[in-house]
Ligand binder design. Structure first.
Ligand code: GLU
Length: 295
């Protein structure tokens, strides 16, 4: 892999009065608090996916569209949220500006197939890195650590954690780690599987299920949408390291994406992006765990 960056930014960074780099630097949008990402020029990566994207002049990134503070789409098709910011900062380091990203919505249960088929070049959407998925796809990351939790109705008196789910109807999205978890016999729960989390939340409000389970980061958004009707139990019971999915075996691309995540973690962009998006839901920022640069 040859991955060259312009050194200009690096030179500016050594000047003590410089405002061109580092977490203190605020070149981002003062209203939204979102960082600005400098698009790297002359990027070369020995990767078929990257070469195709470069020829096409656009990077296709899969994401969610119905997860408030993480990835939502507005009426004009504009996307926003923490995952969207992570996608933009990585794309910038690969040489693609925000308007050279084509976002495609890919649901939880079709992520691996979308990546394997080449429908998307990268996938950034609350995507837990795990061994089972790594049989089909590769991951760069993690860039955030979440944990499965429970969303219940405000009036719920009994469910105070995963041990209180015996005989309870618990909804999650098809293909999710939370659905897999809640199906384990030790919980004794009745798993209800739907295509999306908003569909589960609807069922919760309609009293058709007793709880919704998925990552705390995702549930924060729904709890905020239905402030007086729902609440999060607040007892995370799994670890969900979020990674960026891509085709299996594309080592050069994976290294480049990991490099980008490292740069943006170290320069404070990930933290600032988090605080300007997911942080607004009440999720506390925690430094992401070390990158897993597996062989
Ligand atoms: N992080 C979990 C997963 O990747 C749940 C969130 C989601 O469905 O995207 O399965």
């Amino acid at each position: 892999m040859r991955y060259r960056k312009l050194v200009a930014v690096g030179i500016l960074c050594v000047l003590p009065t410089s405002s061109a780099c580092g977490p203190e630097n605020d070149t981002g949008d003062p209203v939204s608090g979102l960082p600005a990402y400098t698009v790297t020029t002359e990027v070369t990566i020995d990767s078929p996916v990257f070469s195709r994207a470069k020829r096409a002049g656009k990077l296709v990134i899969g994401s969610k569209e119905d997860q408030p503070y993480l990835a939502t789409v507005d009426a004009d098709g504009g996307r926003s949220g923490f995952d969207i910011e992570v996608a933009k900062m990585v794309a910038a380091d690969l040489g693609f500006s925000a308007d050279q990203i084509e976002f495609r919505t890919v649901r939880t249960d079709t992520r691996e197939s979308a990546i394997v088929r080449g429908d998307v070049d990268l996938y950034v959407g609350t995507y837990t890195m795990n061994a089972e998925r790594m049989k089909k796809v590769d991951f760069a990351g993690p860039y955030h650590m979440a944990g499965a939790d429970l969303l219940v109705r405000m009036t719920e008196m009994h469910i105070d954690g995963p041990r209180a789910l015996k005989g309870k109807k618990v909804c999650s999205a098809s293909g999710s780690t939370s659905l897999q978890e809640i199906k384990k016999p030790n919980y004794g729960a009745v798993a209800v599987e739907l295509p999306s989390y908003p569909a589960c939340v609807r069922q919760l409000l309609d009293e058709k299920v007793d709880a919704v389970t998925t990552d705390d980061a995702i549930l924060m958004g729904y709890a905020a949408q239905h402030l007086l009707k729902t609440r999060i139990v607040g007892a995370p019971f799994t670890r969900e390291p979020y990674g960026i999915g891509m085709k299996k075996g594309d080592q050069a691309l994976r290294r480049a994406v990991n490099d980008a995540l490292e740069v943006h973690r170290d320069n404070g962009d990930i933290k600032r992006a988090f605080l300007a998006t997911l942080g607004r839901s009440g999720s506390p920022y925690a430094k992401p765990p070390p990158l897993e640069r597996y062989p």
